[in-house]
Write a protein that binds this ligand. Structure first.
Ligand SMILES: [Zn+2]
Length: 412
């Protein structure tokens, strides 16, 4: 019977609209930064839906929310998850689609009157985006037992360093008591927009995600000497701004040198004192390096580090650095990947395997259970932007693939 089940796209879209009414921006798009009032509001809405669907709500120490359809089985649940937080001028689909699609799959099964042989959980992970608190994917990181909540709680809010993650979890009422790392799962599925141009360009319905790029974020603090732009001879300058510029162009050269899928970005350069006629004294600069192969990523990081050491020495600049994020590349489970391909095939949708260029909660779940992701096309590859768009037809296909793959995994 499971081949004939289909999700209800209008019900799914209704939920998506309700989620995105919270934190809606005047010009379109949405802003629901982690652990803000908007995040509280969307979490309250999710609690209401969990309640309506008769799910058992659990909230852990990191505020991760799990709604579980308890069945006769004592085994660990099959899980579907993603995140309801967004970036500052975020789109409609990133994260929220995965959570509402999970609810839709569960409701479709409930309405069909089936009783799955395994429990089914829907998860909303805390702070996937990492905009307000660093690092990103923090909730799933702790959920998988990879990070200590006591340490992660100390993360400071970007806009106010007096506010810690723990304070803010308490303030919005989502500091739970469940211990992280102690909730075993049978498997984990995540439906997500591609956030890149490949599926649309190739006219393919479904991306079957086989791996996620590793991400290394490094912050450099360069310390030189502020001085007069007119009277300080070039040979006597300790110009932190110049070193920052050298690092910036080097990162581009490095990506060419490593080649393949290596990408590198200098996203932040904050100058101090940031004045037109003063040699920059201090610069805070961040480097984002990504690759699907760990050895290449390590090579990129080490090459960058020796370059920074060399150029800082040449220019008499002192520097400190800290690794803000270090996530190794992750390979997803072969059987799970196959199950998505087969589900797409049997529904008559085209599919291809592909890596994910963005980080996702799924990569954390891959360390504790068989995991994979389903991608659907993003119009013009745009994401983290108010113009992010995926069509109803594509959402419906993605959610039906999710439904069929989950149904098979549940053993219905
Ligand atoms: Zn996302």
């Amino acid at each position: 019977m499971n081949e004939n089940l289909r999700i209800d796209i209008s019900r799914l879209k209704r939920r998506l609209d309700m989620v995105n009414a919270i934190g809606a921006l005047p010009g379109g798009g949405v802003e629901r930064l982690s652990l803000t009032n908007e995040d509280k509001e969307v979490r309250d809405l999710l609690c209401k839906w969990f309640d309506e669907l008769d799910l058992e709500l659990r909230i852990d120490q990191m505020g991760n929310m799990t709604g579980t359809w308890i069945t006769d089985s004592k085994g660990p649940p099959v899980a579907i998850g993603s995140h309801l937080d967004t970036v500052g001028s975020g789109g409609y689909f990133d994260g929220s689609l995965g959570v509402v699609a999970g609810l839709e799959v569960l409701e479709t099964l409930k309405k069909a009157g089936v009783m799955p042989p395994k429990p089914l959980s829907i998860i909303n992970f805390t702070n996937e985006e990492g905009v307000r608190f660093t690092p990103d994917m923090m909730g799933s990181f702790a959920f998988a037992g990879l990070g200590d909540p006591n340490e992660l709680w100390k993360a400071k809010a970007e806009e106010n360093h007096d506010l810690s993650l723990k304070n803010e979890l308490e303030n919005i009422g989502y500091l739970g008591s469940d211990i992280c790392g102690q909730y075993p799962l049978d498997s984990y599925f995540e439906l997500h927009i591609e956030q890149g141009p490949v599926l649309e360009r190739e006219g393919i319905d479904i991306g079957v995600v086989e791996k996620v790029q590793g991400i290394f974020w490094t912050e450099y603090l360069l310390k030189g000497n502020a001085n007069h732009a007119g009277t300080t001879p070039m040979s006597m300058r300790r110009d932190a701004g110049y070193v920052a510029a050298r690092i910036n162009t080097f990162v581009r050269d490095l990506t060419k040198q490593i080649g393949g899928v290596q990408v590198g970005t200098v996203g932040i350069t904050n100058f101090f004192p940031n004045l037109i006629n003063v040699v920059p004294q201090d610069v805070r600069l961040t480097v984002d390096l990504r690759n699907t192969e760990k050895n290449k990523l390590v090579e990129a990081q080490e090459t960058l580090q020796s370059f920074v050491t060399k150029v800082a020495h040449e220019e008499s600049i002192n520097f400190e650095f800290s690794e803000l994020v270090r996530f190794d590349p992750v390979d997803f489970d072969k059987n799970m990947i196959y199950s998505i391909t087969m589900a797409a095939n049997s529904l008559g949708y085209s599919s291809r395997t592909m890596p994910s260029g963005a980080g996702h909660d799924a990569q954390m779940m891959a360390s504790i259970c068989p995991t994979t992701m389903i991608f659907i096309p993003s119009k013009d590859g745009i994401s983290h932007n108010i113009n992010e768009f995926s069509s109803d037809a594509d959402i419906e296909k993605g959610a039906n693939v999710l439904l069929l793959a989950v149904t098979n995994r549940l053993g219905i």
